[in-house]
Design a binder for this molecule. Structure first.
Ligand code: FMN
Length: 401
């Protein structure tokens, strides 16, 4: 199964911040995703956490000193720097950020950061005043100028008890940033992919709407897989419970008309369009500005009109168009008909009548049909794995265009 983190050598530098505990979770997430995680603890970090915490998660020795002759770092002080695919400093204290900005190499982390040719990512964590101080800001600017990636901090509750900027971003977010950096030279690098996700909501009045059961998970998985492969991704989505994929440009829309506008605009310079959203086929002819009152009428007839067919309307030259056919019957026949009527390259057909797959589920089972008549059944897979297969086929058509 595709996995951008598998076998990647990640050096994780952990410094003396109260947010250290989150680095344990990060190391665990990276290890579970198949990465080889080698941890360097600064002396201050060891006041907060023991090397054993990381050692038992990563199953690798933890570097705690530059001068430990029992450690590989003590014998070859740049060994980790040389083999790293990425060096991540999380959490990064104000002190370590200052040291990196000045090129100091008085400990194992400083030496590694200075010696590596791999991409470096720094995730600051500190008190708001420390973060906003001119010295820290100047140091961060220096890091950015030198091509070091900064991720965070975010605004939130700080150890001081105050709320402000300086909070370490969550481990899941850090992992997403790592994936983005490691994937940037992937096979979709230089391609713009527009993905739609979620179910549209058509207003009847200010409090009532017609919507559908789409969770947005399939579209978000496609956006994530495309980012992992280096694409620049625009995700046109209705509001969902899902976190925005790190690195995607998210355009939030509400109804089919909004989605139409956003997709037409974003597709003008795109290489691929994947319409995974469940767009309403029908919208109310009229939407009241005021809440419709309950009256003595026993029934309420709502007149509906067809919404514009978005994917059929997009005609950017060279754009590879991927449609979804969520059906409950005659799945294949309907999908093939869609390819012709909407001028699509690929249709992903799924039977949404099953609770095991389709709406809301993390898994899906689809048939990928293309304009050359090829039919491929994926079997039951995670939505991310299915996304990868859809993008494989999309890339094939892009190369042939
Ligand atoms: C309880 C406690 C919490 C701390 N939290 C932070 C922090 O979140 N961010 C930070 O920049 N410094 C923090 N410090 C200060 C650093 O530990 C200190 O600057 C240290 O020299 C950093 O060393 P290092 O960068 O080599 O790990 C904290 C200190 C203490 C005692």
């Amino acid at each position: 199964m595709p996995n951008i983190l598998a076998d990647k050598k990640i050096v994780l530098g952990v410094t003396g911040s109260i947010a250290c505990y989150k680095a344990v979770d990060l190391a665990s997430k990276l290890k579970q995703a198949g990465a080889l995680v080698e941890v360097i603890l600064t002396e201050s970090a060891q006041q907060f956490l023991s090397p054993l915490s990381f050692n038992s998660i990563t199953h690798q020795p933890v570097v705690t000193s530059l001068f430990d002759t029992n450690s590989e770092a003590g014998i070859n002080h740049v060994a980790l720097a040389r083999r790293a695919d990425i060096v991540v400093v999380a959490p990064a204290t104000a002190n370590t950020i200052a040291k990196i900005a000045n090129g100091q190499a008085d400990d194992a982390l400083g030496t590694t950061v200075l010696a590596t040719e791999a991409p470096i990512m720094v995730c600051p964590a500190m008190d708001g005043n420390m973060y906003e101080s001119p010295a820290t800001q100047a140091n961060i600017a220096t890091l950015k100028e030198r091509g070091i990636h900064l991720a965070g901090p975010e605004v939130g509750h700080l150890a001081s008890g105050q709320t402000g900027i300086g909070r370490l971003i969550e481990p899941q977010q850090i992992a997403s940033h790592i994936r983005l950096i490691l994937g940037r030279n992937g096979d979709l690098a230089g391609k713009k992919i527009v993905v739609s996700a979620g179910g549209t909501r058509e207003s009847l009045d200010p409090v009532r709407e017609i919507t559908n059961r789409s969770s947005g998970k399939m579209g978000y998985a496609i956006a994530e897989a495309a980012l992992d492969r280096g694409a620049s991704v625009v995700l046109v989505s209705t509001p969902t419970n899902l976190s925005s994929p790190v690195g995607a440009t998210v355009v939030l829309v509400k109804d089919a008309a909004d989605m139409y506008q956003a997709i037409i605009t974003e597709s003008k310079d795109a290489d691929g369009l994947v319409m995974a959203a469940a767009v309403a086929d029908w919208q109310p002819v009229a939407s009241s500005g005021q809440k419709a009152k309950k009256s003595n009428k026993k029934t309420w007839a709502i007149e509906l009109t067809q919404t514009p067919d978005i994917i059929a309307s997009v005609s950017t030259k060279g754009l590879i168009k991927v449609g979804f056919a969520a059906e409950t019957e005659s799945v294949l026949q309907n999908a093939e008909a869609k390819i012709k009527s909407k001028n699509l390259d690929i249709v992903v057909a799924n039977d949404v009548s099953s609770e095991q797959i389709g709406f809301g589920s993390d898994n899906n089972e689809v048939t990928i049909i293309d304009r050359l008549g090829r039919v491929e059944e994926t079997g039951l897979l995670s939505k991310y794995d299915i996304a990868w297969q859809i993008l494989d086929r999309t890339l094939e058509f892009m190369k042939a265009t």
